[in-house]
Design a protein around this ligand. Sequence first.
Ligand code: NAP
Length: 532
Amino acid sequence: MKSQCDVDAVVVGAGFGGLYMMHLLQQQGFTAQGIERGSDVGGTWYWNRYPGCQCDVESMEYSYQFSDDLQQKWEWTQRYAGQPEILRYANHVADEFSLRDNFTFNASVNGANYDDASEIWTVSTDTGKTVTARYLIMATGCLSTTNTPDFPGLADYAGDTYHTGDWPHEGVDFTDKKIAIIGTGSSGIQAIPLIAQQAGDLTIFQRTPNYSIPAQNKPLSPEKQAEIKANYAEFRARGKMSPAAFGADFAFNPSSVFDATPEERKARFEEFWNYGGFNFLAAFGDLSMNMEANEFACEFVRGKIREIVKDPETAELLCPDTVLGCKRLCSDNGYFEAFNQPNVHLVDVSTHPIDRLTAKGLITNGKEYEFDAIIFATGYDALTGSLLKCNITGSNGLTLADKWAAGPTNYLGLMTTGFPNMFTITGPGSPSALANLITGIEQHAEFITQLIQWSQKRGYTRIEAEQVAEDNWVNTVNTRAAATLYPTCNSWYLGANVPGKPRVFMPYVGFPDYSEKLKSVVVEDYAEFRFS
Ligand code: NAP
């Protein structure tokens, strides 16, 4: 007889992953305790409140599909929802399904230890609260641990500092202020046009220029919404068949860029640019797989940048020379246009990095720049950062930090051997951030629930992935990534944005194949898991 624990499962995180996991556990009669470091639900959409924050997946797809009642009743107002609307949606879901009461908020997990004898996880938090559970479910998100580079002199700076991923709830008034933004990824690219409108003076420090396609955001008409809702199941099914689990309405063009004449090529790129966002990569079938094909798309976007940005020197600095889509493609609302404002300046720090921060600002290339505030749009310790921060120790004293010292290894992105009964929702090794995250979350939460139920029905108390299954899966993830253009640049998918982080491509490429794999695992009675 095994020892009793406080609850069946601890769920870490109250973002979309934690909320749905909690819903399933409650629905299936499990007891569960949620732990969340924020003061409320929403996860990434709770923390990212910077001006312009908006999802790059369309609202009708970036939403739960587990409840037809929910998806029919909720009305989105924009093609791409902004952060406030998505946070309202997360709160609505929490209320509608009575999920909030099982979460402890304002508590960060600072330890999780597995005891082999009792087969129980003990999860501790910075509030002193400790919970014991049979199962530990990490719904900590892919992009939730902010990365602020360790610039020399960081503590000397006397002005205000902000990180886009941890923005003040009350907002910030930049009127007439002299502001710096470091970083030109999705967050910087979204924030810059709005801060440029308000700030007296805005200087952007760019290390690597990024490709960005206009979002072409617009109000979502009631007619369009009703049309999708009339056949929502089919629309969702189409989305799941696409490589990134969204794009049900995308105009995928399978033909090769080499089969088109220069005029046809230009016309098609123009059409996809005007459609907006990620769909641009679907303009031709070979853009994501072939470097020469990709270069046509790069040159088209560079041409757009040169057309939009009036100052030729600034335009050249903004032109990327990497593969388009290697770093996550950005979508914007007036990003390149912002550089035509007289109060906006671009400083290239690719060859002369930021040397240090000073009391008044920062120094690069021998020159000191002074600011009232510095905004770090410097991204995240993606996919693994939030898991490692929890100080997890599995079977026989093995720590996750030691196991993943050379990069994350696991089976299906769901379980890592040596950590029995611990699951990761949209963990590294799964499509995670390369796919529609809400769709991936639903898939994982449902798989985990069914797996636990299957094992309990058979009287098992311990679930673990087989080592050989894990080794094979790691190979599969690597092989798939190697067949793409993703490894050709320094992206957060590879951990390349965090100094010292192992360079390993973390997400699994291809949502539909991944879904098939999960289905076959269920059909084969979870043959590659070990139960006892
Ligand atoms: P990011 O893509 O990692 O961009 C961080 C930026 O900071 C990069 O330009 C990076 O330059 C720069 N940087 C980092 N360290 C630096 C240093 N020491 N000196 C100078 N520059 C430095 O982070 P993000 O913009 O927050 O976006 C991360 C991901 O979050 C996105 O790719 C996306 O998946 C998600 N996101 C999505 C949305 C949306 O839905 N539209 C919005 C925001 C974020 P390098 O490129 O040279 O490393």
